[in-house]
Design a protein around this ligand. Structure first.
Ligand SMILES: Cc1cc2nc3c(=O)[nH]c(=O)nc-3n(C[C@H](O)[C@H](O)[C@H](O)COP(=O)(O)O)c2cc1C
Ligand code: SF4
Length: 672
């Protein structure tokens, strides 16, 4: 809260004074140029964070060599000017910037060269096929498969992995590349280097991944040797920079299993932290280690681990050193950040995904305004990167396009009427109100939030309601009037200058025999509690709603079969959550009926076709729960003479997701 918040206290970190305790931790964005230089898109993204008041920004995964992955890279002096422009831009806001210098746990140069050969090989194969040269096509495809198999070995974490086979010369060359990168950063006016203690360094520190028998393997001193040498090399190359170290922690899950591989258990991490301090490191970021193949381990989706689950480890490290310690991971609210700082368990808070959802957190702390809190859904950020697209956030229509997308000043005094208080209508109300328009929202039910009031019901999903709570706090403060239990009439619409229709969608029914039977219910009715089901339920539909409804029913003690035309076992779910959902399915004994098309419902069960064999299948059950998609709601604008715009599920051909609701709500309100 306000100017007395501990989040707003400055922090001295080595040679740097940070103006507050809010840090943007390292995050790959995919915004950079192909060669890894800072693009206009990344420049504007980071500038937006600085404008919002963040004191310290770390650029994630900055490669010191020419890797094939879409991360920033600083391997050549020719790239320095783009980093200089970034530093100069952020300094205008008194924001300090660090590069997280990293090397992957595999031989990045070799892997990079191989990956760069994959694309042309496929193109050549396709060209040969088009020219009718099938022999050439087969040769190229065989070469592609061989290369892919070789890459799998090189990227693996087994005993014969690079971590274990790298020669001292190779390790020295990588260290030199990291030092050179730091030197270039200093020349560019960058303030700090964050040494990425995960990846190659963390793998060498790890008892799990490091099986070496030389001076870099075995005892603790040997395992941390390379990391300490790297710190020394970086300090020598860039003596004036602040040096931060991301110290990866292998933690324990609730069931006692280890979480993460490429790092240290807390007992060794504490000893290592002291060594880092002695080596001249100015700040330590205590963070979860990864290398499990599931990004959800370091970037957990909602409901899978407690908030700020590594804080106790951070506190133990803080007790052992006198340099500042940063904590990161599921710190969502301003209050929890403040609480951590007051408790003395850490000195600065890494708000990662939170700053994607709302880049104005520092400013809002200062002004005591509500923050749009991250949902930890991982749909826009982590999944987007997984799919090799750009970083984005489902709640923030501006992410990655800050240069061109921003809220524009209003066009004089206007009255805007919005029909529907789902997320699309609420976002439209926010944007229209920020444009200084007078906004009234009509909602025919007794609460705002629309479909999110259903989406919050399945296991682990209650956190999604933060999206609704934000508008609940913000809109009254912006002067938006919300009329619940009130449909919007033509007279009310005509009294406004513009109307935004955001009336959402409804569960689609299937035109099959028996779909209107007493034993058939919609997933929406089940989740809302309107219809109670029990016994054996067949959930029809393999999308997000089907997957989550199946999980919900298992949690309610039902026997569940999931019937879908596709062969996806957990459709629509974030990649970071799939293993959790599949484990739930296995524990609950869910039967997967994939590649199966429903044909009819009878009083005894579901008649279907196995799409692989074309055979008929009959599944006896007590209830059939339809999760077969949504259809947009109709809304009459008869007699309305003012301009009408549409947002959210009712606006496009097909209903879509929360990201679409936010984006369409934002954009229509921004163009009135
Ligand atoms: C899209 C995305 C990309 C990330 N990239 C990196 C990275 O390049 N290097 C790194 O050390 N951590 C990376 N992280 C992890 C974050 O730094 C942070 O530890 C994690 O998001 C947990 O913090 P949060 O709950 O505040 O988001 C990334 C996280 C996200 C969401
Ligand atoms: S996409 Fe989801 S998890 Fe990622 S920043 Fe946005 S709200 Fe948070």
């Amino acid at each position: 809260m306000s100017a007395t918040s501990p989040l707003l206290r400055p922090l001295q970190v080595g040679p740097l004074t940070l103006k507050n305790r809010i840090m943007f931790p390292p995050m790959t964005t995919g915004y950079e140029e192909r060669d890894g230089s800072i693009s206009s898109r990344s420049l504007h993204f980071y500038e937006r964070l600085a404008k919002g008041g963040t004191a310290y920004i770390v650029l994630g995964d900055v490669a010191p060599v020419n890797t094939a992955t879409p991360t920033p890279k600083l391997f050549s002096d020719a790239q320095i000017p783009s980093f200089r422009l970034l530093a100069e831009t952020l300094h205008r806001y008194d924001c300090k910037v660090a590069l997280q210098v990293f090397h992957p746990e595999y031989d990045a140069s070799v892997v990079g060269d191989m990956m760069r050969r994959l694309g042309p090989l496929v193109r050549e194969a396709n060209a040969a096929k088009e020219a009718g040269n099938m022999e050439e096509f087969e040769t190229k495809m065989a070469e592609r498969r061989r290369l892919g198999a070789e890459l799998d070995v090189l990227l693996g974490h087994g005993e014969d992995s690079f971590v274990n086979t790298a020669t001292h010369e190779q390790l020295a060359a990588i260290q030199q590349a990291m030092a050179d990168c730091a030197r270039r950063a200093a020349e560019a006016g960058i303030d700090a280097i964050e040494v990425h203690g995960d990846r190659l360094l963390g793998s060498l520190c790890s008892t799990i991944l490091n099986h070496r028998t030389d001076c870099y393997g075995g005892c603790f001193e040997n395992r941390v040797r390379y990391a300490l040498e790297t710190v020394a090399a970086i300090k020598k190359a860039a003596p004036d920079l602040m040096i931060e170290y991301k110290l990866p922690l292998v933690t324990r899950n609730a069931d006692g299993t280890l979480r993460g591989k490429g790092g240290l258990m807390v007992e060794e991490a504490v000893l290592f932290a002291k060594m880092l301090e002695d080596a001249g490191v100015h700040m330590i970021q205590a963070a979860q280690a990864n290398h499990t193949g599931n990004m959800g381990d370091t970037i957990p989706p909602m409901g899978t681990v407690p908030y700020n689950w590594t804080l106790d480890e951070a506190a133990q490290i803080k007790n052992a050193v006198s340099i500042p310690v940063a904590t990161v991971g599921r710190v969502i609210s301003v209050a929890s950040g403040e609480e951590i700082l007051r408790s003395g368990k850490a000195d600065i808070i890494g708000y990662g995904r939170s700053l994607l959802a709302d880049p104005d957190i520092p400013q809002k702390v200062e002004k005591d305004e509500p923050v749009r809190e991250c949902l930890n859904c991982n749909l826009g950020c982590v999944d987007a990167l997984h799919n090799r697209r750009y970083l984005s956030c489902v709640l923030n229509a501006e992410n990655g396009d800050e240069e061109t997308i921003f809220i524009r000043p209003g066009d004089g005094k206007k009255k805007v009427v919005i029909a529907g208080a789902g997320v699309a209508g609420l976002e439209a109300a926010r944007v229209a109100a920020l444009r200084d328009y007078q906004v009234t929202v009509y909602e025919k039910t007794d609460r705002i939030g629309g479909q999110l009031n259903l989406a919050c019901i399945p296991p682990r999903k209650s956190e999604i309601l933060r999206a609704v709570e934000y508008y609940e706090k913000l809109l009254p403060a912006l002067g938006v009037e919300i009329r619940l239990n009130t449909p919007c009439t033509a007279a009310e619409m005509n009294a406004a200058d513009a109307v935004i229709v955001a009336v959402g969608a409804h569960n689609k029914t299937m035109p099959i025999p028996g779909a209107d039977g007493d034993n058939v219910v919609s997933a929406w009715d089940v989740l809302s509690g309107e219809k109670k089901v029990s016994g054996h339920c067949v959930v029809v539909g393999g999308g997000l709603v089907g997957t989550e409804t199946a999980e919900y029913l298992l949690a309610q003690g039902c026997k569940v079969s999931a019937m879908k035309r596709s062969d996806r076992l957990a459709g629509g779910i974030s990649a970071t959550l799939v293993s959790t959902v599949l484990a739930d399915f296995e524990k609950g004994g869910l039967t997967q009926l994939t590649k199966t098309r429903i044909e009819a419902v009878t009083a005894e069960g579901v008649q279907a076709t196995n799409l692989l064999t074309e055979e008929e299948v009959f599944v006896p059950c007590d209830w059939v729960v339809m999760a077969t998609g949504a259809e947009k709601n109709e809304f009459s604008t008869e007699g309305v003479s003012v301009p009408v715009f549409y947002a959210g599920d009712c606006s496009g051909e097909q209903p879509a997701d929360i990201a679409n609701a936010i984006r369409t709500g934002y954009h229509v309100a921004n163009k009135i």
